[in-house]
Design a binder for this molecule. Structure first.
Ligand SMILES: [Zn+2]
Length: 124
């Protein structure tokens, strides 16, 4: 299991993944020092990604992305054993990269993470 980042509010590393209300079957990261709570996720991995945000790799063995990223698309940053990190789409349980001439081809990443946030100064 990958590690969760320290609490962004108080800096404590005493954070844990909890299932606050079992009936809803969602997970969330809780800081046990200041009681800050991260966004809910359907899996422990999703809750960890929501807490950590961009910049942290999640092993595909720990969890896979759900739904769309904060850009509204299904593209993620992935790392495969033989390539530098690149963009790939997760759809129906499989990963696809965009081919240079159009179309897609399957890739088999070991890790993934959300794409980074846009820059503050966005002139396009
Ligand atoms: Zn805290």
């Amino acid at each position: 299991m990958e590690k969760t980042n320290p609490c962004p509010f108080c800096g404590s590393e005493k954070v844990e993944i909890i299932q606050p209300i079992e009936a809803y079957k969602v997970f969330g990261v809780l800081c046990t020092k200041c009681i800050a709570r991260g966004p809910a996720g359907k899996t422990k991995a999703a809750a960890m990604v929501a807490w950590n945000g961009a910049g942290r790799w999640t092993s595909v063995e720990d969890g896979l992305p759900e739904g769309r990223n904060k850009w509204g698309s299904a593209w993620w940053l992935v790392k495969t054993p033989k390539t530098i990190p690149s963009r790939a789409m997760f759809s129906d349980g499989a990963w696809y990269a965009q081919a240079a001439g159009g179309g897609t081809y399957r890739v088999f990443p070991t890790h993934w993470m959300p794409l980074p946030d846009p820059p503050e100064d966005n002139r396009d």
